[in-house]
Design a protein around this ligand. Structure first.
Ligand code: TXA
Ligand code: MG
Length: 319
């Protein structure tokens, strides 16, 4: 009943939000856990805007919000375990990490270049209505600036971003802590983040223990532990000012040296947000060719350049 009223009253606003999402803009929206900062998960540059708006120093993988189990199946490899958990806890505060389907067209940036996706169907009528109306999954982290606490009211979101982001007001969030993140991508349930649904509830449904959870201290000591890092299979050479014969070149900006076996320019105009949007797809593309190494031109430590360089350093060190 109540959700019917919410939907009728917000009909026009849902339409506006969905249009913004479809045209690549960000929208803040309520879920039952916390407010999310949403973008079309299939649009690289829209997803890049999430990172630049939040001011994140690195690319964490984002949760992909769907409006049904069937919708989730279009983007991740579904499993028996996923079925049991989603049937019991969706819509709700449980994010399932599963292998991404290559043809699923979710932005590689949304999964920080990794092979898995965290998917969740939120239990909030407005969240579900935007997803349905836009017809695309929403990539959405909590709608706060990096390093600040997650917002549970529309006013919190306004405090973070002012009037720069369209906010769909759904009142205070019922759960107020983020979703539980459970990695079931290899069939063994591993609790990555405690949240709105307890480990006990998950375990009683599965009739099995979830793997030992890392303490926050352990997580801090092993940065990147929670992230699926993408490292190319060939050497990555950073701060390249020229391309050696046989190398592929990941270029940036208007002045690109000649001589590379293959060149992809992340941004001809030197725009770091555009570069972020293209980064993971470009690395994958260059990694498929027969090149001795991937040479990467210097990228300024400005805007999303900080996060791009963080990822590139990890890629270079990861082999
Ligand atoms: O309740 C929530 O989860 C809220 C609402 C908006 O849905 N979202 C949220 O997102 O808290 P965020 O970005 O602040 O936190 C997402 C967490 C991060 O710890 C991230 O590392 C993890 O989920 N995560 C997402 N996708 C993942 C993946 N493919 N593999 C491992 N961890 C993943
Ligand atoms: Mg957060």
């Amino acid at each position: 009943m109540m959700s019917m009223n919410i939907l009728t009253e917000a009909k026009e606003k849902i339409q506006i939000a969905a249009e913004k999402i479809k045209s690549g803009d960000l929208v803040a929206f309520p879920t039952e856990t916390v407010y999310g900062l949403g973008a079309d998960a299939t649009n690289d540059s829209a997803v890049a805007k999430i990172f630049s708006t939040k001011g994140r120093p690195s690319f964490n993988p984002l949760i992909i919000h769907v409006s049904s189990i069937d919708m989730a199946k279009r983007y991740v490899q579904w499993s028996k375990l996923a079925d049991i958990l989603a049937n019991r806890f969706w819509p709700g505060a449980l994010t399932l990490v599963l292998p991404r389907i290559p043809a699923g067209n979710v932005s590689l940036l949304a999964s920080a270049g990794g092979d898995t996706l965290g998917v969740r169907m939120p239990a909030h009528p407005l969240a579900l209505a935007i997803i349905e109306s836009a017809g695309v999954p929403l990539a959405a982290p909590s709608a706060n600036k990096s390093g600040r606490v997650s917002p549970t009211t529309a006013q919190h979101v306004r405090d973070e971003f002012g009037d720069t982001i369209y906010i769909l007001d759904g009142g205070a969030c019922g759960v107020g802590v983020e979703s539980t993140v459970l990695d079931i991508s290899d069939g063994q349930p591993l609790l990555l983040r405690p949240g709105g649904i307890t480990a006990e509830a998950v375990e009683s449904v599965l009739n099995q223990k979830t793997s030992q959870q890392l303490s926050p201290q352990q997580v801090l000591r092993s940065p990147g532990m929670l992230e699926s890092h993408y490292a190319p299979s060939r050497p990555v050479r950073l701060n390249a000012v020229q391309a050696l014969p046989g190398e592929a070149l990941l270029a940036f900006g208007g002045e690109v040296p000649a001589g590379a076996a293959r060149t992809i320019n992340l941004s001809e105009t030197g725009n770091t947000t555009q570069a972020a949007a293209r980064l993971f797809a470009a690395m994958r593309e260059l990694d498929t060719g027969d090149y001795s190494a991937i040479a990467v031109m210097p990228i300024p430590e400005q805007g999303l350049g900080v996060a791009i360089n963080d990822r590139l350093r990890r890629a270079a060190a990861g082999r």
